[in-house]
Design a protein around this ligand. Structure first.
Ligand SMILES: C[S@@+](CC[C@H](N)C(=O)[O-])C[C@H]1O[C@@H](n2cnc3c(N)ncnc32)[C@H](O)[C@@H]1O
Length: 250
């Protein structure tokens, strides 16, 4: 896993400690005792999973990054919470339970670039769902593609010990055919002005046309496919930068 390593995880947790209210309340409309057990693939450090666990729902998490999973475990243990957290790639998902609700917030599925891996990931999700179960996933469309190709942007976040993580993002390219953007991210940890650690990641995102992804879901076997504008159960406009798909396993 060449993404979401140690400094990236620390930066992510300082930057995004909680899900924005509108995102969280959208997903909470689907979360109920009837939908249990619930699975959040690509759960990261538990930004969604932990508050759902705190509300006493039966939710498991999966993520391919050891650093993200470790961060999730340590936040859970501070709060006295526990659940099943699995370190697995989605295309190799192999869990002991089947789920009534599987949801992937914040466009994370777009991090799986290769078509074969994406199809295998969706097939594995389907296999791990009960009949009648719901799958929700958020995706970015080409209207969200990066506009600043060839530019470097930099920002920093301060850790609780006063040290700083500086993120420099070089937006390298956007492939119009594959609808994939590539950035090079550099995380640098500075303590008292001294560079302590550097971490590099190649960060690729795949963007989907609405009909393209609807057909992918159909091909897997999902039914009752609906598409919503972000965080509202209303039809998206044609130029929406992000959408949410809802579907069912028959
Ligand atoms: C943007 S983070 C989102 C985390 C969490 N859902 C949130 O909103 O805070 C994306 C997560 O997807 C995970 N990930 C990326 N590719 C993956 C794959 N193929 N299988 C499983 N997890 C993956 C990364 O490790 C990372 O933790």
């Amino acid at each position: 896993m060449e993404m979401y390593k140690k400094l990236c995880t620390q930066f992510y947790d300082i930057d995004k400690p909680m899900p924005p209210k509108s995102f969280f309340s959208f997903y909470m409309k689907y979360i109920s005792k009837k939908a249990e057990p619930i699975l959040e693939p690509m759960c990261g450090s538990g930004r969604f999973l932990i508050p759902i666990l705190e509300k006493n729902f039966d939710i498991d998490g999966v993520d391919a990054s050891s650093d993200m999973i470790d961060a999730c475990k340590s936040k859970m243990s501070i709060k006295g919470l526990s659940t099943n957290l699995y370190k697995q790639f989605l295309d190799e998902l192999d869990l002991p339970r089947q789920y009534g609700l599987v949801f992937i917030p914040e466009g994370s599925l777009g991090l799986i670039i290769e078509e074969a891996l994406l199809l295998n990931s969706l097939k594995k999700i389907y296999k791990h769902m009960v009949s009648g179960g719901r799958f929700l996933t958020e995706l970015e469309t080409p209207y969200a593609k990066p506009k600043e190709i060839g530019k470097v942007t930099a920002t920093f976040r301060e850790r609780s010990d006063g040290s700083k993580i500086v993120l420099s993002r070089f937006c390298d390219s956007y492939n119009e055919n594959k609808k994939v953007s590539t950035s090079i991210n550099k995380y640098e940890l500075f303590k008292n002005g001294e560079l302590i650690e550097t971490e590099l990641e190649e960060f690729k995102v795949r963007y989907f046309d609405i009909d393209e992804f609807r057909n992918i879901l159909k091909g897997i076997g999902f039914k009752d496919i609906k598409v919503f504008r972000l965080y509202e159960r209303v039809q998206p406009s044609t130029d929406e930068p992000g959408v949410i798909f809802e579907c069912r396993k028959p």
